[in-house]
Ligand binder design. Structure first.
Ligand code: FE2
Ligand code: FE2
Length: 144
């Protein structure tokens, strides 16, 4: 197993997670308490889940003898609530595509442990994408 290669992909994933944390946390406190209390709450909960993902990936980097990245991946800012949710779907799409690609690399390297971690986290990202699409639909019906 090429440990450096695995550490490299894990750090790419960590940066994706850190970007998602800032994006969702920033949206959490932008959604007004009076008008969108449920979306506000959901954004915070998903941001915390992304933090747990970053933590799990980071622990694996340490286990492999590497150093975890603390760089922030891309954050997409949008003023409009519907656009915010579109940006969130785009982030989840990027994570899904990235983690599927990383799973293949884990297979090539024979790293079952890291592969299992990616598979577990990938399920959450697929769920997040569904939630964001659903919320976007709610906002569109409500007229924002
Ligand atoms: Fe995540
Ligand atoms: Fe996610």
């Amino acid at each position: 197993m090429n440990k450096e290669r695995i550490i490299g992909i894990l750090n790419e994933a960590i940066e994706r997670e850190i970007g998602a944390i800032f994006q969702y946390m920033g949206q959490h406190y932008r959604f007004p308490k009076d008008k969108h209390p449920i979306i506000r709450e959901i954004m915070e909960r998903i941001a915390v889940q992304e933090m747990k993902h970053a933590e799990k990936f980071s622990k694996r980097v340490i286990e492999l003898g590497g150093r975890e990245s603390t760089n922030t991946g891309k954050v997409i800012w949008a003023e409009d609530f519907v656009r915010m949710l579109e940006a969130d779907v785009a982030v989840e799409d990027e994570a899904i595509e990235m983690y599927q690609r990383h799973i293949k690399i884990c297979e090539e390297e024979g790293d079952e442990k890291t592969k299992a971690l990616y598979e577990e986290i990938l399920k959450d990202e697929i769920e997040h994408k569904k939630i964001f699409n659903l919320l976007k639909g709610v906002l569109e019906v409500e007229g924002k």
